[in-house]
Design a protein around this ligand. Structure first.
Ligand code: ZN
Length: 315
């Protein structure tokens, strides 16, 4: 099941003022990691979805961490592709937003293994998008320190600000701002070249997060997925969110079910974004905003909705 994804292309990028990136090629759960290095210590931003990928990332950063070891890790949110590799960071202090810790406790590696073995459309879809990862040997290493709102760290003389802009993509979404470098690591508030997925919402909070990031005046945005980018990607993210919210709301008012609405929406200029099947999740989230009495769907149910929408899947 687990093909050798650890040989897939990935790239080490050095930005400025101690900021570095491990950039993976994108796609479902192929996330980026970041490193901010100061005098004698570094902050690692996220680990990766399995141990092989995380080891390779840590090796990629090794020329920097040899002189500035990782003292602190921040997990930007609770999706596994941003923390399943935590056990490999040794004694480093692991920090996350309070709400992210709850997400990590709720969905652990064993849940992915269970979904991957399910004989359902959701299981089949999950095998297509997650089957290349290897969840064996993962011991959940949860954050030992949490925060709400924001937290400022001194990493060997480099000022780093953690800001929880969630709930949006998930219940807690931390961005990592390095003011002197004019760099922000956004976690999954930005998907460069791929479809944003609104697991939690509300949409307005995500749009507000885009506005907050605009206000930081940064030059460089390191997204959770996809290539390093600029503030222009915030426009694209906000435009997608506004469009999908509008289109789903119109269909909710017409009495369509979420799945009918997802099939009916023409994504137009957003259709070329990768992983467009996430529309099924996003429409559900809009419907729950409009009708708070609507019961939330669990992970396997949401993957089932995406499988049904995704034309590449032969069920
Ligand atoms: Zn992610």
């Amino acid at each position: 099941m687990a093909s050798d994804i650890s040989s897939s292309p990935a790239q080490y990028l050095r930005l400025r003022h101690g900021c570095h990136v491990w950039q993976q090629p994108g796609g479902w759960r192929m996330s980026n990691a970041g490193l901010v290095s100061g005098r004698g210590e570094s902050l690692l931003i996220d680990t990766l979805y399995d141990l092989r990928l995380t080891r390779r990332m840590l090796d990629g950063f090794a020329p920097v961490t040899a002189r500035a070891p990782v003292s602190t890790v921040v997990n930007t949110h609770g999706n596994g592709d941003h923390w399943f590799g935590n056990q490999l960071v040794g004694d480093a202090e692991i920090i996350a937003a309070q709400a992210s810790l709850a997400d990590m406790r709720a969905v652990q590696p064993r849940d992915m293994t269970r979904l991957l073995s399910a004989g359902t459309p959701a299981g089949q879809f999950a095998r297509q998008i997650f089957g290349r990862f290897d969840f064996t040997g993962i011991r959940p290493a949860l954050p030992g320190r949490t925060f709400t709102g924001d937290l400022t760290l001194d990493i060997g003389g480099v000022c780093v600000r953690l800001i929880d802009v969630g709930p949006a993509h998930t219940a807690g979404d931390t961005i990592v701002h390095v003011p002197d470098a004019r760099v922000v690591y956004t976690g999954d508030i930005v998907f460069a070249g791929a479809t944003p997925v609104v697991w939690h919402g509300p949409f307005d909070n995500w749009i507000a997060a885009c506005e907050l990031i605009f206000g930081l005046g940064v030059e460089t945005i390191v997204p959770g997925h996809g290539p390093v980018t600029t503030q222009t990607m915030l426009h694209a993210t906000r435009a997608y969110l506004e469009y999908v919210h509008d289109q789903a709301s119109i269909r909710h008012a017409r009495g369509m079910t979420p799945q009918e609405a997802a099939h009916d929406i023409n994504l137009g200029r957003f259709a070329s974004l990768a992983e467009h099947e996430r529309l099924a999740v996003n429409v559900h989230t809009v419907y729950r905003e409009l009708d708070p009495g609507l019961p939330p769907l669990d992970g396997p149910q949401l993957f089932g909705c995406m499988a049904e929408l995704c034309p590449q899947i032969s069920l």
